[in-house]
Design a protein around this ligand. Sequence first.
Ligand code: ADP
Ligand code: MG
Length: 493
Amino acid sequence: MSATDAEIVPILVSTTVDCQVHCTSALRADEESDGSSSDDIRLVPDVTFEPVPDSPGINRESQPLLGTIDVTYNHFPDDPLFNDLVSNAETAIDNGIYPERISQGSSGSYFVKNPEAKIIGVFKPKDEEPYGRLNPKWTKWMHKLCCPCCFGRSCLIPNQGYLSEAAASLVDTKLDLNIVPKTRVVKLVSETFNYPRIDRQKARIKRSIMEQFPNVGLRFNRIGLPPKSGSFQVYVDGFKDADHWLRRFEAEPLPAWMAQKFQLQFERLVVLDYIIRNTDRGNDNWLIKYDQPQIVTTTTNNGGGAATTGAVRGGAVATQVGLHGNTNGSLKNISRHVDLVDTTDWNLVQLPQIRIAAIDNGLAFPYKHPDSWRGYPYHWAWLPQAKVPFSREIRDLVLPHLGDMNFVQDLCDDLHLLFKQDKGFDKGLFERQMSVMRGQILNLTQALRDGKSPVQLVQMPAVVVEKSQGQHTSRFFNFTQRFQDKSPFFSWC
Ligand SMILES: Nc1ncnc2c1ncn2[C@@H]1O[C@H](COP(=O)(O)OP(=O)(O)O)[C@@H](O)[C@H]1O
Ligand SMILES: [Mg+2]
């Protein structure tokens, strides 16, 4: 959108701290200057890799052999659970248990396994993304070749889907939404990934030289195939595509209290998608887990090992498994309780659970609002749940954060750290992505305060909140709110 078709509304008049981010925003100026003046997107160079910032000085080029992975490479000291998961995946690959390509979808995505061959993650290499150079799904490649005018989504930075995946997880964690399975940028190497023939030939030749002339071989920087950067998302068990359950719920409506639980989860999905301006939230790109009520009669011994499921006499306990691969303490407490009681017949009553997992977040964080809402609607907006005003629970969860300008700036700073690791990172485009996101946060904050519903939210006019140039002191930025002079992205029809 050009400046001429927008209404310019300066929204910051002073740098006094007023936590209403939507009307007065004064943010830290310890970043780079705004480079967003150009409206033309510079096409980002195709696939190239750089060491990620959390492994400074480490050169993966010197990894000795295929599958022998330098453990310092994928290192997440702030997240031991995720760290262990990735290290399990590396061990599995070392032992010949390779990631397996997922047949559905439009890109090269892989189920990653642990040494017991159990699926533990979903890895999406940057260079196998829908428009990445090595995307194994040829139809997409043909589409790009034959129809360049329709190439991808023009509002998104091409070939940075892996960052968008990790960034969605970051937003989820910061807002405590707990609906995105933990996703971070990881490097993996596997024979099953799509490599150009030349890479495979080079690896073969070097390996045979290494075997025959070890002294010469020692001079090679790397023997095996090159590692690929991509997003690694924790695999969530027991979930099915939302489509499946939504159809079931139409035929067999949920009990009222369960429908209420679902509503609260649904609102978290709306908050996430709206903030990141997801352009690809079809009902195949979120998952639902619904454990229907079950009553099983069984016998257990005092202190015996059988009573490990959630059960108490005459009551019911639901065990809660987080999306980040961790279980809460309820299971332990239950076992302790069970140990204290006599041998008896038990009614194992499993409270039904309903959970949402927001997967496939690679087509979000646009640098401008899509030109037409029709192309990229939020498909959940057609669900009956979208007509219900936002609950007090979601307001209490996110409004204190979203209404705090320091929180919003921290979020932008964290996203900057993540996005800048891409070789094609462009400061100006990043600023524009953040302007769109701030605009979304502004609308969402207002909608939550006004008690609107998700449908009313998506009907609000699109806004960008940009840093104003040249009006800031050394510590604070001014912001300008700009309305898109176009119809809203969604209308109920
Ligand atoms: N984190 C996950 N946990 C469980 N299943 C997943 C997860 N991510 C993806 N899947 C499964 O893999 C399928 C394809 O994943 P998706 O992320 O949609 O890939 P694509 O980008 O190729 O569309 C999904 O429809 C879902 O069934
Ligand atoms: Mg998908």
